[in-house]
Design a protein around this ligand. Structure first.
Ligand SMILES: Cc1ncc(COP(=O)(O)O)c(C=O)c1O
Length: 307
């Protein structure tokens, strides 16, 4: 592979097959995806390990990116392998250690009109240094949102599409304006779905509970990793509909996600979760997850792509 180091200390992005200075990655304000929310994206993390920077579950993220593109009938014009290689090379050229990677595809067209037929699609990759997502990462105060999660008959919930995040933005705004750290969003039927950018787990009687595939959730890669790791450790993991009131009677609760990693939830709607402290199972889940992503575990080495 062609390795070129970033001597000028510029941030380098990938756009349509070329490495460019991030300062040159600009679009007109009338761009279709900016006006109508028609972009699609991924969120991937890289971690510093003793073997160098590793990208966590790269193939799975790129696969989800292509699945989202397929749902929206967007032809990205690249193979999954080409995008994987472009991501690795973008991290390498920026000499990044712990980082966040954002592949993004969008209608790069600034005519007026919602239709997408014949419009050019651009693919972009940005990678930047990244630490914690939540400032209160030792434990969150959450609010069950008055906004409900959209469902597949309205917007494809399994697609990671920009427009879906307007629902997240409303829920987050409401939670923050009411003095909470984060929102928990329920389905129109009142079942727990997810956070604005995270999946949720509860602990009840020593078992893990998480909303299932029918609960209007993004099928998170972190969620999937945690289900797998915890089942392997012998813990019972149940995927099912979760009633709102179960949030208040859970022994422990936590969010998971690429950005959120494993973040404890200590209070929901002013009610303490369990005794209001980070629980033992949440700690165990966090440790197991961080061991894996930081390259300290012998298992699941295939999840780690060393840059
Ligand atoms: C709405 C939503 N749910 C769940 C997740 C967690 O998904 P993942 O673990 O794949 O990052 C995310 C983050 O991307 C998200 O935006």
């Amino acid at each position: 592979m062609n390795i070129r180091f970033n001597m000028a200390n510029k941030e380098i992005s990938w756009l349509n097959g070329n490495f460019i200075d991030e300062a040159e990655a600009v679009v007109p304000i009338m761009t279709h995806s900016l006006q109508y929310g028609s972009g699609i994206f991924e969120g991937i993390r890289g971690y510093e390990t003793s073997k160098g920077t590793e990208i966590f579950r790269l193939k799975d993220h790129v696969k989800r990116f292509f699945n989202t593109a397929k749902i929206y009938a967007m032809n990205l014009g690249y193979s999954q392998e080409e995008i994987e290689n472009a991501i690795i090379e973008t991290v390498r050229r920026n000499n990044l250690k712990s980082c966040y990677i954002r592949p993004f595809a969008f209608y790069d067209d600034h005519g007026v009109g919602v239709g997408t037929a014949g419009k050019k699609i651009s693919v972009y990759i940005r990678a930047l240094s990244f630490g914690k997502y939540f400032s209160a990462d030792t434990g969150l105060k959450c609010k069950v949102s008055s906004w409900h999660r959209m469902e597949s008959a309205i917007l494809p919930i399994e697609a990671k599409a920009s427009g879906n995040y307007l629902n997240s933005v409303l829920a987050m705004k409401e939670a923050k304006a009411s003095g909470y750290d984060e929102a928990i969003i329920t389905s129109r039927d009142g079942y727990v779905a997810e956070g604005p950018g995270e999946n949720i787990f509860l602990v009840k009687d020593g078992a893990l509970l998480t909303p299932g595939v029918d609960s209007q959730i993004l099928l998170g890669i972190t969620r999937n990793t945690i289900i797998e790791l915890m089942k392997e450790s012998g813990m019972k993991v149940i995927e099912r509909f979760i009633h709102r009131e179960e949030l208040y009677t859970a022994d422990e609760a936590f969010f998971v996600g690429t950005a959120a990693e494993v973040t404890p939830i200590l209070n929901i709607d002013g009610i303490s979760v369990g005794d209001g402290k980070v629980g033992e199972i949440t700690k165990k889940v966090g440790e197991t997850y961080f061991n894996l992503v930081q390259g300290k575990s012998k298992d699941h080495q295939d999840y780690l792509t060393i840059v």
